[in-house]
Design a protein around this ligand. Structure first.
Ligand SMILES: C[S@@+](CC[C@H](N)C(=O)[O-])C[C@H]1O[C@@H](n2cnc3c(N)ncnc32)[C@H](O)[C@@H]1O
Length: 201
């Protein structure tokens, strides 16, 4: 098999566990496949990685963001990845053995950080099914804000049309954070996605 063929085969293998999860838990999974590689790269280009020391990823899935995030963070930083699905957590631990992976709900983030004795968290990266979270969104964002240090950063990935600067998702996030900025549309995924980035003032 040539190099391109081998890469395509590896990507298909990597996407399989996520498709199985979608069949079993479609609402919780929130997508049929993991986020496309190009899209993850474009999203992380917009995230404040350079000065991040203690980082949490919520809804890490099968590791599409985790794999890239862990290589792009400063070497001295710590990364905790939180994923609620046991099957995806297993996959994530195999794919990213260097990352601390918690099989838990993102709603328990303050406890997870406390139990591990982590220093103040200065970056939360997130990709969870916002649209099905309903009234729970405020509780979720409250847990994130309570965990982030002042001056910390929050970045989340959303379906592009829901993540406009003046859109409804920006208003949920804006209730908890000082400033919300929409990133560029990331066309490499189906559906196209976009980052929303906010600062904990
Ligand atoms: C749209 S997928 C994104 C997965 C991965 N980050 C990616 O980009 O491919 C959303 C992920 O959030 C997870 N999830 C849903 N609710 C969660 C919760 N309350 N706490 C932690 N993870 C959750 C799902 O199991 C799923 O893996």
């Amino acid at each position: 098999m040539d190099h391109d063929g081998a890469t395509a085969a590896r990507r298909r293998r990597e996407r399989r566990p996520f498709a199985g999860e979608f069949v079993r838990h479609p609402i919780r999974a929130g997508a049929v496949t993991e986020t496309a590689t190009d899209c993850v790269g474009g999203f992380l280009d917009e995230v404040r990685l350079a000065d991040a020391r203690t980082v949490v990823e919520l809804g890490a899935g099968s590791g599409a963001i985790t794999t890239k995030l862990s290589t792009r963070l400063p070497a001295s930083s710590r990364l905790l990845a939180v994923e609620v699905s046991p099957a995806l957590t297993d996959r994530l631990r195999t794919r990213c053995p260097e990352v601390d992976v918690a099989c838990a709900s993102a709603f328990d983030l303050p406890d997870l950080v406390r139990e591990r004795g982590l220093p103040p968290v200065d970056l939360v990266v997130c990709s969870v099914p916002w649209t099905v979270m309903g009234e729970q969104r405020d509780r979720f964002l409250g847990a994130v804000r309570a965990t982030l240090s002042d001056g910390g950063a929050f970045s989340t990935l959303l379906v592009a049309h829901r993540a406009r600067q003046d859109g409804v998702a920006a208003s949920w996030v804006g209730r908890h954070f000082a400033e919300v900025r929409a990133g560029r549309v990331l066309w490499g995924n189906l559906p196209p996605l976009r980052g929303l980035h906010a600062d904990a003032g």
